[in-house]
Write a protein that binds this ligand. Structure first.
Ligand code: DAH
Length: 348
């Protein structure tokens, strides 16, 4: 039959049309050319009215068959294309787990924070409270009430940054002594440490305009120089190692009487003599003394009843020694290459 031949031809043509297409757009075009308004199959349907009545049934069957076949082939192709496109997408998006990952920056604990925490733990274990004071303080708290009245020559030694005539960037943590005594009003025993930043007009490899001190103050009945010695010996050995020896030299501070400077065995050579300790075997680490009666009196403590001791190490050099830092300014410039060396696992 003529019609059946035509059907085979149509299917063959459809198969060859579909063979080379790669996109859904192409498929859409082909679909339209068969089933669309002017499509091959549509035109065949339109022919129905020209078919003699007795053949209409047969022609109808033929039409249904061909529509079904064309639709199936188009659907199959659509599925095939969907799968191909999905495969392509999956292939392109494949994750290569052998590629190195992007490095995420991990924070680390700053060397000064470590030293401060270590010292705080030690003093808290001996019954001290940890306090903090403001970095901008008064001339009164920083000097006058520490027995350095206006015009006192020792004021010059501090190279202080003044903000105006009354306020300054504290050049030492000693105003913490004044603040603590005034807040406690003659109460004893008083045991505090105060870590904090201090500022001076100084700047070279071993001096920074900003550095850290760790003030200590103890007041009570019968507190003596012997208590100060015992405390500082323990402090030095705990922080720098049991083999560390401590040496006390007489010195002068307006806020203590007697006053001393304290040296420890050189961290670098262990006491043999090297360039760091200038061949002496000793390194000076702090000033200390028995609190001057004037200081007690000015902040409301009766020097007839109470005595005390105080000390004030600069603690940057402990960090420099512990972590092998050669330039103090590195501690404060926040260079990430410097800071990331102090990853917990490396130094603890
Ligand atoms: N404030 C002194 C300084 O900055 C250090 C100091 C010496 C603190 C003796 C004290 C002390 O508490 O008793 O150089």
């Amino acid at each position: 039959m003529e019609e059946y031949m035509e059907r085979e031809d149509i299917i063959k043509k459809l198969e060859s049309d579909l063979e080379s297409i790669k996109t859904k757009n192409d498929l859409q075009t082909i679909k339209a050319s068969y089933l669309g308004k002017n499509g091959i199959v549509t035109n065949l349907s339109l022919k129905m009215k020209e078919i003699p009545n007795e053949e209409k049934k047969e022609y109808g069957k033929f039409l249904n068959l061909i529509k079904e076949e064309v639709t199936t082939k188009l659907n199959d192709k659509e599925q095939e294309l969907d799968k191909m496109l999905l495969d392509m997408k999956l292939n392109n998006e494949k994750i290569d787990i052998t590629l190195p990952s992007r490095r995420s920056l991990k924070g680390s604990i700053h060397p000064m924070t470590r030293i401060v925490e270590e010292l705080e733990d030690l003093f808290v274990s001996m019954g001290y409270d940890v306090i903090s004071g403001p970095e901008i303080d008064t001339d009164m708290n920083s000097f006058t009430k520490l027995n350095l009245p206006e015009g006192h020559p020792a004021r010059d030694a501090q190279d202080t940054f003044y903000l105006d005539k009354d306020y300054l960037l504290r050049p030492h943590t000693s105003p913490a002594q004044v603040r603590t005594m005034e807040a406690n009003k003659d109460k004893t025993p008083l045991r505090i440490v105060c870590p904090g930043k201090v500022y001076r007009r100084d700047d070279d490899a071993t001096h920074s305009h900003q550095f850290m001190q760790f003030e200590g103050l103890v007041i009570g009945e019968d507190i003596s120089l012997a208590d100060l010695k015992g405390t500082l010996e323990l402090f030095a050995k705990k922080l720098l190692g049991e083999k560390t020896n401590v040496r006390f030299r007489p010195s002068y501070f307006p806020f203590t009487e007697p006053s001393c400077e304290v040296d420890v065995t050189c961290f670098k050579c262990g006491g043999k003599g090297c360039s760091l300790c200038k061949q002496t075997g000793w390194i000076e680490v702090l000033g200390a003394g028995v609190v001057h009666p004037n200081v007690l009196r000015m902040s409301g403590y009766d020097p007839e009843k109470y005595t005390g001791f105080a000390f004030g190490p600069g603690i940057d050099r402990f960090a420099m020694f512990k972590y092998g830092i050669t330039d103090i300014r590195q501690i404060y410039t926040n260079d990430i290459r410097f800071l990331e060396q102090f990853d917990r696992k490396d130094v603890d």
